[in-house]
Design a protein. Structure first.
Length: 248
């Protein structure tokens, strides 16, 4: 039996939906921006305290951090401009074979085989097509009965992940640990080594010897976490395939 629901989107809801669908990239931009602002602010403070030559570099870092985030947000809003003009009524229909959306000026239809996974992120169900593409469905758009039917449909299609990469264990050197701890174990020693080299080996001033490792930590943590999650997801998919073959 098809599941059909109609809801009204607002500009704020569209932006929240985008951030849910692109959550990883959005958080990365926030982390990088905050890191640049903090390091740049520290350098500016050091310049005001009398350390020469660091204030201009600190100000440049702060401007770079703010501009990096604002320019990306401007690009996103330009892409979403048709959906930010005002309220829009959207009808979603889910059948055993496809997921359809119908709006005032656009309609889409995708078979369930095109989706890689479905997960809840905040107030939205995120239907993932690829790492860069996803569709958001407000949780509130489905009533209790529709939600139960939706989850049952996901289980039938193999899209309901009972074990996510965030809940799985991974191994480094034979030691089992949560993926969230992996960046700390792999990145922190290099951060400390870089700080010691810049401060004691090269004799750089404190803002530089602290700022460069801080930027490296942000970048390395984000890239390591992404790599671990991808690898863990691949391992879980392989385990699932083996289990299904064994059951068959």
């Amino acid at each position: 039996m098809p599941i059909t629901t109609t809801f009204v989107t607002t500009p704020a809801m569209v932006l929240r939906s985008y951030r849910a669908c692109a959550r990883r990239g959005y958080i990365q931009r926030l982390v990088i921006t905050i890191g640049l602002l903090v390091v740049g602010g520290g350098m500016c403070a050091a310049g005001l305290a009398g350390v020469r030559g660091v204030a201009p570099f600190g100000a440049a870092l702060m401007l770079w951090g703010a501009g990096f985030f604002l320019l990306r947000e401007r690009s996103v809003r330009r892409q979403l401009a048709p959906y930010l003009a005002g309220e829009r009524e959207v009808t979603v229909t889910m059948t055993d074979t496809e997921y359809r959306t119908q709006g005032a000026d656009r309609s889409t239809s995708r078979t369930w085989t095109t989706f890689r996974s479905v997960s809840r992120v905040g107030d939205f169900w995120v239907l993932r097509v690829s790492p860069q593409m996803a569709m958001g469905l407000p949780v509130a758009a489905l009533n209790e009965q529709q939600t139960a039917a939706f989850l049952e449909l996901l289980r039938d299609k193999g899209l309901d992940r009972t074990m996510s990469p965030l809940a799985a264990d991974t191994a480094i050197g034979g030691l089992r640990m949560r993926p969230g701890w992996v960046p700390f174990v792999t990145v922190l020693p290099w951060t400390v080594a870089l700080f010691v080299f810049l401060r004691l080996g090269m004799g750089y001033i404190w803002p530089v010897s602290l700022g460069v490792p801080a930027l490296y930590t942000v970048y390395a943590w984000v890239t390591t976490a992404r790599s671990v999650r991808r690898r863990t997801a691949a391992e879980l998919a392989a385990r699932s395939a083996v289990s299904e073959d064994s059951a068959a």
